[in-house]
Design a protein around this ligand. Structure first.
Ligand code: SF4
Ligand code: SF4
Length: 451
């Protein structure tokens, strides 16, 4: 078993290069025969306690997904298929010709929407007393749907096509290069060296409203004397969206390409501010040979504060609640670092939402839902912001650009713009440093490149 944040790897390249495997090319779980012993064991281990669905944000918001029902539907379906196969093999007279062919699981055991509703938030796995792997079960079904049959929600298909064409799901690579050059962001070239390799991430790069996170993180690191640089033209998508959307081919193609480019630079650690980029580098890239340390920006910032390299002397008089990104908290156990940073800033009153830390509710973007709008029940980001509103906080602090986007959207949907805002932890740190936190597209990095 790999780390919490990694999905099993299938060797697509080897399958395609080997003539025999190419003939039997098979990715994911389509039929009962594709199930592993662990997957079957999961079905028999379920004690139907319902803890998973009680904690599943999709189920709680009346979306058509119950992790408990999913596991038990898989169990019932598997047993029926085994019984049918046995009957077909044994007594020809008993064989039901109409059922002679094995059935596809998705579409027979439950409708396809069940597997696409999952946010891969890990809330179910966190509480399951039988240690059932709901997410790997769902991901193997998604992989088969996408890789073997090309069946996936249309919006997700468009995102994957863009990734295949441009190397990221957002836009042309030239736009990234131009922005980095215009803002004079320090770049580390092939053969060159830096201390911290800052991974900006596509969601931040391609949205002027989110570029402020990059400016703020760079400001903090440079102020503390960290020699930080970015990959420039050589940063593409980390490939996480392809993996969660089930396209192992695009995922592996992009990971291998990106890893080759990263390996041409020398650095002590890679720092990411997006929880998804952080998780994929830390837990998935090692499957392909990555061996560098990976840190989240809240880990780095907290260390700098503890080492006395950052002076947070300006009070920030705000009541703040912190939203735990699933891929930071449940996947990687980072709950304390962002809270410790916020507590070290004078003036901040930190209040907790009803569901926090291990019990935190997903913002709704996980599992590729940033690229899919499946209108079912209340949106998860709306539920989350309502909970934040109950705390009386003026600010929802986050440590992930996707959470920032989803929470910002929900604040607008609920017409709370006048009362509440969302900020990355780095923005609050810059405020406490006495600098103007970057908060718009006009914020040029004057002075940063020269620092
Ligand atoms: S929490 Fe685990 S054991 Fe309980 S119903 Fe869900 S899958 Fe079954
Ligand atoms: S990962 Fe999250 S959304 Fe998916 S089934 Fe589990 S609790 Fe529900």
């Amino acid at each position: 078993m790999g780390p919490k944040g990694s999905l099993p790897r299938v060797d697509i390249e080897a399958m395609l290069n080997d003539e025999k495997s190419a003939e039997n090319f098979n990715v994911g779980v389509s039929e009962v025969k594709d199930l592993t012993w662990k997957q079957r064991l999961d079905y028999d281990s379920c004690i139907r306690c319902g803890r998973c669905q009680d904690n599943c944000p999709a189920y709680q918001n009346k979306h058509p997904l119950s992790p408990k029902k999913l596991i038990n539907d898989l169990k019932d379906f598997s047993w029926k298929e085994f019984a049918q196969a046995k009957a077909n093999k044994g007594n020809g007279a008993e064989a039901d010709q109409a059922n002679a062919e094995p059935k596809l699981i998705v579409g027979s055991a439950f409708p396809a929407e069940t597997i696409w509703e999952c946010r891969t938030c890990r809330a179910c796995m966190e509480v399951c007393p039988a240690r059932i792997d709901h997410i790997p079960q769902i991901m193997e079904l998604r992989r088969a749907e996408v890789m073997m049959r090309g069946q996936l929600p249309q919006d997700a298909a468009i995102a994957l096509k863009t990734m295949e064409k441009t190397g990221n799901p957002f836009g042309p690579q030239e736009a990234r290069s131009t922005w980095i050059k215009e803002q004079q962001i320090p770049v580390v070239g092939p053969g060159e060296e830096c201390e911290a390799l800052f991974w900006i991430g596509c969601c931040t790069t391609y949205d002027v409203c989110k570029q402020k996170i990059a400016y703020n993180v760079l400001k903090i690191l440079i102020s503390a004397g960290v020699k930080v640089a970015v990959l420039g033209d050589d940063e593409n998508c980390c490939a996480d969206p392809a993996r969660v959307l089930g396209d192992e081919n695009i995922f592996q193609m992009l990971v291998k390409k990106q890893l080759e480019l990263i390996k041409t630079r020398k650095f002590k650690y890679l720092v990411a501010h997006c929880a998804h980029c952080y998780n994929v580098f830390k837990n998935e890239y090692p499957q392909f040979g990555a061996d560098f340390p990976v840190k989240h920006h809240t880990e780095v910032i907290l260390d700098l504060i503890k080492e006395g390299r950052l002076k947070l002397e300006v009070p920030v008089e705000k009541t703040i609640t912190y939203h735990d990104p699933c891929y930071l908290g449940r996947y990687n156990g980072i709950y304390d670092q962002p809270r410790e940073i916020l507590k070290s800033i004078k003036g901040i009153k930190l209040v907790e939402m009803k569901h926090n830390r291990e019990k935190g509710i997903c913002c709704g973007a996980g599992g590729g839902h940033y690229w899919m709008d499946i209108p079912n029940g209340e949106r998860l980001n709306v539920t989350r912001v309502k909970e934040a509103q109950d705390t009386g906080a003026q600010v929802v602090a986050v440590g992930c650009v996707y959470c920032l986007h989803m929470i910002d959207d929900a604040i607008k949907i609920l017409n709370l713009d006048e009362k509440m805002m969302v900020q990355d932890v780095s923005e609050l740190v810059v405020e406490a440093m006495g600098g103007l936190a970057e908060s718009s597209e006009q914020c040029a990095l004057e002075g940063i490149a020269a620092a």
